[in-house]
Design a binder for this molecule. Structure first.
Ligand code: GCO
Length: 453
């Protein structure tokens, strides 16, 4: 005991004299790019989004995703670009509408295509993070009511089991549902995504079904893979934003910011802690259900972080709720405020609410065709991660959205998020200056643990 005390005192004294630098990015930190099947593959004819895109007026400039980046015919090139970027992890989604175009009818060739991709990546030293639902649904599911249909939990589970059986052994990370609240905001609160409900009162049921579907998928993936000796990690990718009042002193703006934070940011993540999906917006919408099977269904916290909104309530003029950016703020080509401090704020909250939970930044990026802002944007967000890692946070990856310019949903091809630009028609990929920088940056971080100046 005495001996221990003396060495502890000696060590402490030495530590004081020669402070050991806390580690920044450790060699096991993964650099990653993220994509989604519908946005890159093309030919997703059996999906609700394909139908949506063919409806006039839904997508900017009348674009559709029928060709997208034609990713399957450019696999060699894209994988070699990932190598140039120094990528260790590729986050992509598998497409339910292609794998199960009709109920119970599975296309084995489609699943095998993904399995081959996963194996190919592995031989290149790149791990896979597979998303099972990234905004699109098979038409047959949408026709039964999509996320409003209570049968979706079982239907999704059948598809998930199929994918887990085939790809499972080679996939260490699974995202069940990407950004459940973006689906709700885009397709239920407003009408920029299918099914285009445009009614705040419609959100409770689809949200409950998403939590149920996620929970069931979580248990199915573990049942199938754990029994074979694998230990996959399964979670959501949550889109979290900072919501601040437009006028700090205005109680209505402050109330709005609080409500958006409660419902949009935290209602679903918190349901994985206590099973309660609970919120209330007086007179408009509420939920108070207990979903016990959701408890403990996040092995990691997947965070998609982009921006913040300032919210303004105007009593006398429609629209009554407005989203604004801070005065004088730097904004991206889509008008989103550049706000790395927001990542810091959200990480503090995540670490408080989910202490010790592994965190992956499953998306972060910006629309920047001219590539003027991308390098400082990435650097500033990575600097926030670095500070948290030094502080002991178990942050395990950074996924940049995205590899190539692609189909940006309602924006069509008008918003360019790629490290590589994509030429229309020829589909030629060209590295932007930020792609070259990214490749140098990842190599230097691996060597030094630090982001280069
Ligand atoms: C999302 C999706 C991506 C987007 C990206 C840029 O966050 O909306 O996950 O599919 O393309 O975020 O908006």
């Amino acid at each position: 005991m005495m001996h221990f005390r003396i060495s502890a005192i000696l060590l402490a004294a030495l530590g004081w004299a020669l402070p050991v630098p806390a580690l920044g990015f450790t060699p096991d930190f993964r650099f990653c790019v993220a994509t989604a099947a519908h946005q890159i593959e093309g030919g997703n004819f059996d999906s609700d989004w394909d139908r949506w895109e063919q409806t006039p007026g839904k997508i900017k400039s009348g674009h559709d995703a029928r060709v997208a980046t034609d990713s399957w015919n450019h696999v060699d090139e894209d994988v070699s670009h990932m190598k140039d970027l120094g990528i260790d992890l590729y986050r992509f989604s598998v497409e339910w509408a292609k794998i199960e175009p009709a109920p119970g009818h599975y296309r084995m060739d489609e699943v095998i295509r993904y399995r081959d991709l996963v194996r190919r990546l592995r031989t290149e030293g790149i791990e896979s993070m597979v998303t099972l639902h990234h905004f699109t649904l098979p038409k047959w599911v949408a026709d039964r009511g999509g996320w409003d249909w209570d049968g979706i939990t079982g239907a999704f589970d059948g598809y998930v089991a199929h994918v887990a059986e085939t790809l499972g052994p080679d996939v260490p990370f699974w995202v069940t549902i990407n950004e459940p609240m973006t689906v709700i905001a885009g397709g239920y609160v407003s009408d920029v995504f299918p099914p285009g409900k445009n009614s705040l009162g419609s959100i409770a049921r689809p949200m409950q079904n998403m939590v149920r579907a996620h929970a069931r998928a979580y248990h199915t993936i573990h049942r199938i893979l754990d029994s074979k000796g694998f230990r996959p990690k399964v979670g959501f990718a949550h889109h979290l934003r900072n919501f601040d009042p437009a006028r700090r002193a205005n109680p209505l703006d402050r109330y709005l910011a609080r409500k958006f934070d409660e419902v949009f940011n935290w209602s679903i993540p918190l349901a994985t802690l206590d099973g309660k999906l609970r919120w209330k917006v007086p007179f408009l919408t509420r939920s108070n259900v207990f979903i016990p099977e959701a408890i403990g269904t996040q092995d990691f916290f997947g965070l998609n972080y982009y921006s913040r909104d300032r919210l303004r309530f105007s009593l006398f003029k429609a629209p009554f709720i407005r989203r604004e950016t801070s005065r004088g703020a730097d904004t991206t080509e889509l008008g989103w405020e550049v706000y790395p401090v927001g990542l810091d704020r959200l990480l503090i909250e995540i670490r408080t609410l989910f202490p010790g939970m592994e965190i992956h930044l499953t998306e972060n990026g910006l629309a920047d065709r001219d590539d003027n802002q991308r390098i400082p944007f990435i650097r500033d967000h990575l600097a926030v991660l670095e500070r948290h890692i030094r502080d002991g946070a178990p942050i395990r990856s950074y996924c940049h959205w995205t590899l190539n310019d692609n189909f940006e949903w309602a924006e069509g091809y008008t918003a360019n998020f790629g490290l590589y630009s994509l030429e229309p028609v020829t589909l030629k990929r060209t590295p932007r200056a930020s792609a070259i920088w990214f490749g140098k940056m990842t190599r230097s971080v691996k060597q030094t643990g630090r982001i280069p100046e």
